[in-house]
Write a protein that binds this ligand. Sequence first.
Ligand code: NAP
Length: 601
Amino acid sequence: MENMGETEGLRTNSTLICAPIMADTVDQMLVHMNSAKSSGADLVEIRFDTLKGSSGTHEDIKTLIESCPLPTLFTYRPTWEGGQYDGDEQSRLAALKLAMELGADHIDVELQAVDEFKNLTRGDKPTKCKLIVSSHNYQNTPSLEDLESLVARIQSTGADIVKIATMAVDITDVARIFHVTAHSQVPIISMAMGERGLISRLLSPKFGGYLTFATLGRGKESAPGQPTIRDLLGVFNFRQIAPDTKVYGIIGKPVGHSKSPMLYNKAFRSIGFNGVYVHLLVDNVKNFLETYSSTDYAGFSCTIPHKEAVVECCDEVDPVAKSIGAVNCVIRRQDDGKLYGCNTDYVGAITAIEDGLRASGVQDGSNGSPLAGRLFVVIGAGGAGKALAYGAKAKGARIVIANRTYERARELAEIIGGKALSLADLNTYNPEDGMILANTTSIGMQPNIDETPVSKEALKSYALVFDAVCTPKITRLLREAGECGALIVTGVEMFIGQAYEQYEKFTGLPGKHLRSYLGRLWQSIDRLGYSWKMGQHGRSSFQDPSYLMLYTETEGFKAAREQGSDHFNYCLCIICIFGFLMVKIDCCHMLFFCKIVLGIK
Ligand code: NAP
């Protein structure tokens, strides 16, 4: 595999990507160092404390530093600072001194140990070596005042580079990390750990961070919340993030599974749009929007469970979104910083359902929609449920709402002029044939893929079944509906429809760029959907065709495609063969095999 760094595009910032290297043996570390280089990292952190049975020998340190293909950061983290070394302090400090003398480009010394270290070295340090003085807080992120005095204390030790790592208890904690980063007088490495702190790592170049840590793969983190190098370069366009880059993102909880960052960042990059789209794990949407209130935070998609609460946070709300009572897209106006909320959910879903009906020969009613006069059963009364109900009502359908909390179903049905059901009632509800069913709950979503909101028997009364769940694309509900002879419309179609709308709103540009990208994406999904259908009667555990779709969008896959290497062609043959054998082999195994063939770790 060639250096994937070559595919990372023009670099517009100086923030480095540092791969933590953790392994039991020196030989394993050397292998990981080479992988770090080919993945596009700028330097590696040698986590010497992770070596098993090493006593910090001169030879090990020399080998690691001299054989490393990238600049080095040498760390020997003790257990009292979250590391794995539990030996005596003098040997540890002596090893750090040795690493410095043997040519490490950076050494990391904990704030608590820096005085002792300086006594040992008598202040001598090769000019090449930069001293990082670090502080780790695994409990929380202190107040801004406390963070500022911590940075000042570290700076006063004579550190060349300040490092502070805190724990993000809430995403708003990261704003304080950004503040101290942007105002630091010396180079600074700063991050808030954990999933809620992810943006501190992704947006580090925007605030002038010295480096960000990123891993060689999932499960290889040296601290919670580190992204992979592949995602940093391939999904988040890390090299292109600059101080004036606008920030977009998806607000939700949970949110890590969302594929929106991949979609928008690809589109942004293809047109050179100066924006980055990130995952935002938000607990309180009001606090989030009040904290990140500058016009740099330019637009947000909004998903579970915040779509309704966010309505109150907007300065202006589109009338349709107001009547739905849910906003899934928030734009911060660049002239006055005001928040404008709208709802793009129903457009994609309703259009896809109409298209499906027309394609099966259903004629448009007098109002121009095949939904006119049809009985439209919505499962769920949350944001997506309301959006679908209002959208279908506007097309002339008769609405029935079924929800786990019956009271919510009744309230929505009353407002919209429809009928309410409990979820249990659905299994015996069959007043007429040719009905439409739309699931707008998360039932059947990964990891609960065996769940379904309604029995297979009851699905026989429906002409078309839609499921808002995107992962997996074909849920149990859709699979059983298909087996009963109903048309099926997937959540992916809804997702793509609303993404198109949001892209135009975020960028102010026509969606044609996104359209061409989505076109390709759609084709892969359809192809994979077909493969899945071939496998569905066998013993396939193929769960989510989108895994492969996402894999084909990775830099590794594209690099191989561009080179047209033998390995790649070989891999393609194997994908085809496996596609036909889908009955026997699931997606994860297929992916694993392809990775081996392509030599990707
Ligand atoms: P929401 O506002 O939080 O509403 C969730 C709804 O699901 C509520 O009606 C809730 O019932 C019901 N629900 C949740 N868990 C349930 C369970 N275990 N059993 C029965 N009912 C359950 O969320 P939302 O924004 O409407 O999103 C709902 C779903 O649509 C999610 O799966 C989301 O991923 C999907 N979605 C997809 C797209 C797309 O583009 N494909 C767009 C938007 C949403 P209660 O009232 O009883 O709590």
